[in-house]
Design a protein around this ligand. Structure first.
Ligand code: HEC
Length: 103
């Protein structure tokens, strides 16, 4: 019985986490990416920078990259990146982040 309890205590949060991650749609996020002109500046399929815009391929694998940094950059922009805080609905932002994680 204690074993069972321990099992649920460990797996239930994991199931909740994967469940919520799947609620956001990378496919829709790709549409947001394409419709928000992101692709006009950023490469997603090569590591090559375009102008000042770093490639977003492997974004989350870049050293020191965190979700907070990505969100902050998209919302506030800066250094040649336009701010998107006003344009993106919360769901668009979540889907966009789900898409960026697949790169
Ligand atoms: C007009 C060109 C332009 C557009 C459009 C643009 N960006 Fe950027 N983006 C940049 C530049 C330039 C930087 C680098 C800024 C810096 O060095 O601080 C950047 C940085 C970023 C970064 C940080 C990457 C890193 O490796 O540090 C992310 C994430 C990002 N952009 C995502 C997006 C998304 C998502 C969109 C669309 C919603 C978008 N960008 C639209 C030019 C652009």
């Amino acid at each position: 019985m204690t074993m069972m309890k321990r099992f649920f205590a460990l797996t239930a949060p994991a199931i909740l986490l994967t469940g919520s991650a799947m609620a956001f749609d990378a496919k829709k996020g790709q549409e947001v990416f394409e419709n928000s002109a992101c692709m006009g500046c950023h490469n997603t399929d090569t590591d090559e920078k375009r102008g000042n815009a770093p490639a977003l391929k492997g974004l989350y694998k870049k050293e020191g990259m965190t979700e907070a940094k990505v969100v902050d950059k998209i919302k506030k922009g800066g250094n040649g990146m336009p701010p998107y805080e006003e344009q993106l609905e919360k769901a668009d932002m979540e889907n966009l982040l789900a898409y960026l994680k697949t790169l």
